[in-house]
Design a protein around this ligand. Structure first.
Ligand code: PEP
Length: 264
């Protein structure tokens, strides 16, 4: 927790399926260089590259305080699951975080909320912090069902009885991902407040330490405004995380709001 009693912001880079060894390692080194040059990072930072880069990026990030994360994990510890990665394997190569339930996995791999919950539980068992993604589609939003959809996702996808700082929630409206469009500030604030309220009964010890990130077309230009909003405890960043300097600008924007009013 930050000195203000609110959780320290977390900014997560999701490189998705981008990066060969040559450019991925260079980009991670550039980011780590910025972090080392500026001393302790402005906020908690995690880098989630493609799995092929995890091992080498662990070394590239050494000494930078930037944590390593993965983009998905399997719900079980080992076994006949060709092509999948188990959470203990991710922990074994130095991951601290793992994204689960990203809308691209829900859409592309048919992941249900129940599957997302199993993955989050597997991550917790392995000592990882799951970043559980929720968010409504454009059609759901158009029908005025956004809040109902996200609430249902939380009900089904979140494990119960865990400490609020054991996991992270990312609110990512699907229609905002990769489109350059973002919700109105008031919509983000309302959704984040709803998420915090909906989680109150699920976590042991309250939700003060819960981090609710916003994701969807965050970039170096809009980060300061979005990250200053009530209840926004950081960002999950896709496209804009592929540029180290731009991503660092987003991290700095998050860091500037650490000491904002309680309830953020
Ligand atoms: C994401 O994929 O989680 C994401 C937020 O992407 P983008 O920042 O590119 O919208």
């Amino acid at each position: 927790m930050a000195a203000s009693g609110v959780p320290r912001p977390l900014v997560v880079a999701n490189w998705k399926m981008n990066g060969l060894r040559r450019d991925g390692i260079d980009r991670a080194r550039a980011l780590a260089g910025l972090a080392r040059a500026k001393g302790h990072g402005p906020c908690d930072i995690a880098l989630c590259p493609p799995a092929t880069l995890l091992v080498e990026l662990r070394a590239a990030l050494d000494g930078s305080e930037i944590a390593l994360g993965a983009q998905d994990c399997h719900a079980t510890e080992s076994g006949a699951h060709t092509g999948d990665l188990a959470a203990p394997m991710l922990a074994d190569v130095g991951c601290r975080y793992v994204i689960v339930g990203h809308s691209e996995r829900r859409a592309g791999h048919g992941e249900t909320d129940e599957a997302v919950r199993s993955k989050a539980l597997a991550a917790l068992r392995a000592g990882l912090v799951p970043i559980v993604c929720v968010g409504e589609s454009e059609a759901e939003r158009g029908r005025g069902d956004g809040v109902k959809v996200v609430r249902g996702q939380l009900d089904r996808a979140l494990p119960e009885g865990v400490a609020a700082d054991a996991l992270v929630i990312a609110y990512e409206p699907i229609w905002a991902i990769g489109t350059g469009r973002t919700p109105q500030a008031g919509e983000i604030v309302a959704l984040h407040a709803m998420i915090r309220e909906a989680c109150a009964a699920r976590f042991s010890g309250g939700t003060a330490a819960l981090r609710v990130l916003y994701g969807g077309s965050v970039n170096a230009r809009n980060a300061a405004e979005i990250l200053a909003l009530d209840g926004v405890n950081g960002a999950l960043v896709g496209g804009a995380s592929l540029d180290a300097v731009g991503f660092w600008t987003i991290c700095e924007a998050a860091g500037r709001h650490v000491a904002a009013a309680p309830g953020r």
